[in-house]
Write a protein that binds this ligand. Structure first.
Ligand code: DAT
Length: 174
């Protein structure tokens, strides 16, 4: 069934601003913010808690089963630090947020991340791991890289995504 509203992934290293962007975008557009973290917790799509990393060990099959009915009709903004697990057919736009490493260091320190997790996430951002994952998993024309160092950049990003949404709706109108 064709979607009347698109599904968007907002991805990137923890701390880049995914949740902030998703919340603002949901408020402005009426699209639904799907926090994958919350779904993992509430639908118990995990195999337990990793003490060292202070995070859930995600059961991807369970997660996809839980999410499928949510994304079917479209209109979802998926908030998650990975994107390669979702079927290509679900997704219309992949936004990869980026941030300078000093800013990311400050944001993750403020969250009191364990040292090992902080360092891995900094490395991951510097190595552009999420951008590469997005490019490897989706058609290049639907992958967009946006900077998220400041409130001004966030505003510009939201404007851009809103324009894209308007265009998508025009292109997909019956
Ligand atoms: P994520 O969901 O990617 O982990 P977040 O939205 O929770 O990130 O943001 C982490 C912190 O950084 C939070 O305190 C808000 C702040 N932040 C995020 N994006 C920002 C931006 N573009 N400008 C200023 N602060 C930002």
């Amino acid at each position: 069934m064709a979607r009347t509203s698109p599904n968007i992934i907002i991805t990137g290293t923890p701390g880049v601003g995914k949740t902030s962007h998703c919340e603002l975008l949901a408020e402005r557009t009426g699209l639904k913010h799907l926090s994958v973290n919350d779904i993992v917790k509430t639908s118990e799509c995990h195999e337990g808690w990793d003490e060292e990393y202070q995070s859930w060990i995600v059961d991807e099959d369970k997660l996809l089963d839980a999410m499928e009915p949510m994304v079917q009709e479209g209109g979802c903004i998926i908030d998650w630090h990975a994107c390669d697990l979702f079927p290509k057919s679900w997704i219309d736009l992949v936004v990869v947020l980026r941030v300078d490493s000093t800013t990311l260091y400050d944001r993750l320190s403020a969250r009191k991340y364990p040292e090992i997790k902080l360092q891995e996430n900094l490395d991951s951002e510097i190595m552009e791991v999420l951008l590469q994952e997005a490019r490897d998993s989706y058609e290049p024309e639907i992958v967009v890289e946006l900077q998220s160092n400041s409130a001004e950049e966030m505003d510009t990003n939201i404007d851009r995504i809103e324009s894209w949404l308007k265009q998508w709706k025009e292109n997909n109108a019956e």
